[in-house]
Design a protein around this ligand. Structure first.
Ligand SMILES: [Fe+2]
Length: 250
């Protein structure tokens, strides 16, 4: 059983709380955790959790990047922590997790226009690299942002960012025709089926997670974990309030 979670925004401890919840509910260990971005790859937070406090994830954690990672230090932070405490799944690659071959498409440009770092943006060459693969080389697509055109609603107040979804995502859908597509980023539950693909959007990690069995079955689990906002999240939220008030060009 794979525990799928998204958007921890540096609150790595929530991953462990959700693992504990899942394992108590299942009466057995989960095999691993698949994290769908906005993991929170920031030096200060990583050091505090893994080094200063000496904490560890309870199960192996694999993650794709979102838009809220420190892309200026991304490679340096991976060199220090990747493979030791968690495993990064590079953008535009296929990785085997459990019984599945997963096409990994981290990154997102939608929302937080003023805070989007260049490294977060999905580029044409990422899409082209995926389309160069055979259509039968991936079973599942995992992304941070959703594919466009599947009906994920805008977050109220953020409509001016446009329709949710990343450019050329439909090309990936038509090329691979995956049985399952999982994403995060929008901080809300979302499920739909279209053209033989089942889509699941996950909320913030503090609201719940999904369990993925070995036969493409996805169970959604709502479980609220109390958390206290850090100064970093306060800064991001206050920036978002400015954007909401004045628009992305302000
Ligand atoms: Fe995000």
């Amino acid at each position: 059983m794979i525990l799928v979670i998204a958007d921890t925004h540096c609150y790595y401890g929530i991953v462990n709380r959700q693992i504990e919840h899942a394992e108590k509910m299942l009466g057995m260990p989960v095999d691993c955790v698949l994290h769908l971005g906005d993991f929170g790859l920031y030096r200060e937070h990583l050091h505090n959790f893994f080094v200063r406090q000496g904490l560890r994830f309870l199960r192996p954690v694999y993650f794709i990047e979102g838009n809220h990672e420190d892309f200026r230090e991304f490679d340096a932070l991976l060199a220090r922590y990747n493979g030791l405490y968690f495993t990064h799944l590079p953008r535009a690659t296929v990785q085997t997790i459990g019984p599945y071959r997963m096409l990994c498409m981290g990154g997102a440009a939608y929302m937080d226009a003023l805070n989007t770092q260049p490294g977060a943006v999905i580029r044409d060459h990422h899409i082209n690299a995926c389309l160069a693969l055979g259509p039968d080389q991936a079973d599942i697509i995992i992304s941070h942002d959703c594919p466009n055109g599947i009906g994920v609603p805008n977050t109220p107040g953020l409509e001016y960012f446009g329709t949710p979804g990343f450019p050329r995502s439909r090309e990936l859908l038509e090329h691979f025709k995956p049985r399952l597509w999982l994403f995060g980023h929008h901080h809300k539950w979302f499920s739909t089926e279209y053209g033989g693909t089942i889509f699941h959007g996950l909320p913030g990690s503090w609201k719940g997670y999904c369990l993925l069995d070995n036969n493409y079955k996805v169970i959604t689990v709502e479980n609220n974990v109390p958390w206290q906002r850090s100064r970093l999240v306060d800064r991001l939220l206050s920036r978002l309030r400015i954007i909401r008030a004045h628009g992305p060009g302000s």
